[in-house]
Write a protein that binds this ligand. Structure first.
Ligand code: ADP
Ligand code: MG
Length: 422
C-alpha cells in the first residue's frame, strides 16, 4: 500500500472515530442519564452532537487536489436528518455549507450541490424512515450513503474535471456505507434496550402487584368483618346510646382503614407518568410501609420504623417499586414471625436507608448471585426479577446498595442515596 493511501485510510478512520463519538457515545450517555433537563432536550442535544460530528470531519479531511476535500461528514448529515426531520435537515445543511465555506477552496461549491440534494431527499424519506423496522432504517441510510458517495464522485469528476483514483473512491464509499449502517444499527439497539428495560420494570411490577393482591384483600376483609360484627350487635341488642356511639365511631375508623389500604394499593398499582422529582424519604417510606403491612401481618411480622426527613431525587414510582421489592423479600424470608426494621440515617451528603429482617438469611453464594436475573430460591413462587429491578433502579437514582446476611439470623440491606440540597 502506498504511503498516500495509508494516510487516506488513517484520516477516514479518524472521521469514523468522530462519528462514533458524537453519534453513538453521546446518545448512549443521554439515554443512561436521569437528569430531567437533559432528557427533555434529548433531540436538540443529538442535533448539536451531529453538528459537531460534521465540523470535526470537515476539520480533518483528505485533500485530493487544491481546494477539494473528502471526509465522512455526509454520514452525520444523513443520520441526523433522517432521525430529526425537516428542521434538523435544514440546520445540518446550513452547518455543512457554512463550515465548508470557512475552510475555503473550489470544492466548497460542490458541497452546496451535494448537501442540497441530500437535504431534499432525507426530508422526503424522514417519515418512511422513522416508521420503518430496524432493517428498513439500515437499508435507507445505507442506500443514501452509497447514493451520496456516487453523487460526490459525479460532481467532482464531471463538473470539476478532477481525476479520482478508484481505490480512494472505493475506500470512501465503503467507509461511508459501513459507518452509516453500523451507526443506525447501534442507535436502534440503544433505543430498543431502553424500551426493553422500561417494559421489564412494568412487567415485574405487575407481578408484584398481583402477589400483593391476596394480602391486601385479606387485610381489607378484617375491618369489614369487624364492622359487620358491630352492626349485628347494634341491630340485635338494645345498647345504651353511649355504647352505640362508640361502636359507630369504631366502625367508621375501621372503614377508613380499609379505604386507606385500598387507596395505597391502587396508587402503587396504577402506572404514573415518568416524572423525576424531589421527594421526602420519610414520607415515601411511611407510605411504602403501609403498602407492605398487610403482607407482614399475614406472616405475623412486626414492623419497626425510625425515619428522618431528607430529600432525594428520582421517580417516586420507581423508588416505591424498588423498596416494595426489597421489603417483600424480607417479609417472605420470615414466613412465621419476625421483625422488619426500617431506619434512615442522614450523613451529610447522603441518606442511608437500612432495612433489616430476622429471617432465613442467605449463604455467601446466594449473596453474590443476588440481583442476577431469574435467580430465585422460591421455586414457582419466585420470579428472580425483584432484586435485579431494585438494584437497577437504585443505580439509576445515583445510589448504591450493600447487603449483610447470615444464614438463619437475617439480612440487612443498606441503600445509600445522594441528598438533594436544592
Ligand atoms: P424472588 O423474590 O422472586 O425470588 P428476588 O430477585 O426478589 O426474586 O430475590 C432473589 C432471591 O434472593 C430470593 O429468591 C432469595 O433467595 C434471596 N433473597 C432476597 N432478599 C432476601 C432476604 N431479605 N432474605 C433472604 N433471602 C433473600
Ligand atoms: Mg422478590
Amino acid at each position: 500500500m502506498s504511503d498516500e493511501m495509508e494516510h487516506y485510510i488513517q484520516t477516514l478512520l479518524l472521521n469514523v472515530l468522530f462519528l462514533c463519538f458524537f453519534l453513538l457515545f453521546v446518545p448512549l450517555l443521554i439515554e443512561s442519564c436521569s437528569i430531567k433537563k437533559i432528557i427533555k432536550y434529548k433531540k436538540s442535544i443529538f442535533t448539536l452532537s451531529a453538528c459537531f460530528a460534521i465540523i470535526s470531519c470537515i476539520a480533518v479531511p483528505i485533500s485530493i487536489d487544491d481546494g477539494f476535500i473528502f471526509d465522512l461528514r455526509l454520514v452525520a448529515t444523513i443520520v441526523g436528518s433522517l432521525y430529526g426531520g425537516v428542521p434538523v435537515a435544514i440546520f445540518l445543511w446550513a452547518v455543512n455549507i457554512l463550515f465548508r465555506m470557512l475552510t475555503g477552496g473550489h470544492g466548497a461549491y460542490s458541497t452546496i450541490i451535494v448537501s442540497t440534494i441530500l437535504m431534499v431527499i432525507s426530508i422526503g424519506l424522514h417519515k418512511r424512515f422513522l416508521s420503518g423496522s430496524k432493517l428498513k432504517k439500515m437499508t435507507i441510510s445505507g442506500l443514501l450513503a452509497i447514493g451520496t458517495s456516487f453523487l460526490v464522485f459525479l460532481v467532482l469528476t464531471q463538473l470539476n474535471n478532477l481525476v479520482i483514483q478508484p481505490n480512494v473512491f472505493i475506500t470512501y464509499l465503503l467507509l461511508q456505507f459501513i459507518s452509516a449502517i453500523i451507526i443506525v444499527y447501534i442507535l436502534e439497539f440503544i433505543h430498543e434496550t431502553t424500551l426493553l428495560k422500561k417494559q421489564l420494570y412494568k412487567a415485574e411490577k405487575m407481578e408484584v402487584v398481583s402477589h400483593l393482591a391476596s394480602s391486601i384483600s385479606h387485610e381489607v376483609r378484617n375491618p369489614l368483618t369487624v364492622v359487620k360484627g358491630f352492626l349485628q350487635v347494634l341491630l340485635q341488642t338494645d345498647l345504651p346510646k353511649e355504647k352505640q356511639q362508640q361502636f359507630l365511631t369504631l366502625s367508621v375508623s375501621e372503614i377508613d382503614r380499609a379505604n386507606d389500604i385500598i387507596r395505597d394499593y391502587l396508587t402503587f398499582a396504577k402506572p404514573a407518568p415518568e416524572n423525576i422529582e424531589i421527594f421526602d424519604v420519610k414520607e415515601e417510606l411511611s407510605r411504602i410501609t403501609e403498602l407492605i403491612r398487610p403482607l407482614a401481618n399475614m406472616n405475623s411480622v412486626s414492623i419497626r420504623q425510625q425515619l428522618h426527613s431528607g430529600s432525594i431525587k428520582g421517580e417516586t414510582q420507581l423508588f416505591q417499586q424498588c423498596l416494595v421489592n426489597i421489603l417483600k423479600n424480607c417479609v417472605e424470608a420470615m414466613p412465621d414471625n419476625g421483625v422488619l426494621t426500617i431506619e434512615t440515617y442522614n450523613t451529610g451528603s447522603t441518606i442511608t436507608i437500612k432495612i433489616a429482617d430476622t429471617g432465613a438469611g442467605m449463604t455467601e453464594e446466594q449473596i453474590t448471585r443476588l440481583g442476577e436475573p431469574y435467580f430465585t430460591t422460591k421455586g414457582r413462587n419466585g420470579t428472580g426479577l425483584g432484586m435485579m429491578t431494585a438494584i437497577s433502579i437504585i443505580h439509576t437514582m445515583g445510589g448504591s446498595i450493600k447487603v449483610d446476611s447470615k444464614i438463619n439470623k437475617g439480612t440487612t440491606f443498606y441503600l445509600q442515596f445522594p441528598i438533594n440540597t436544592q
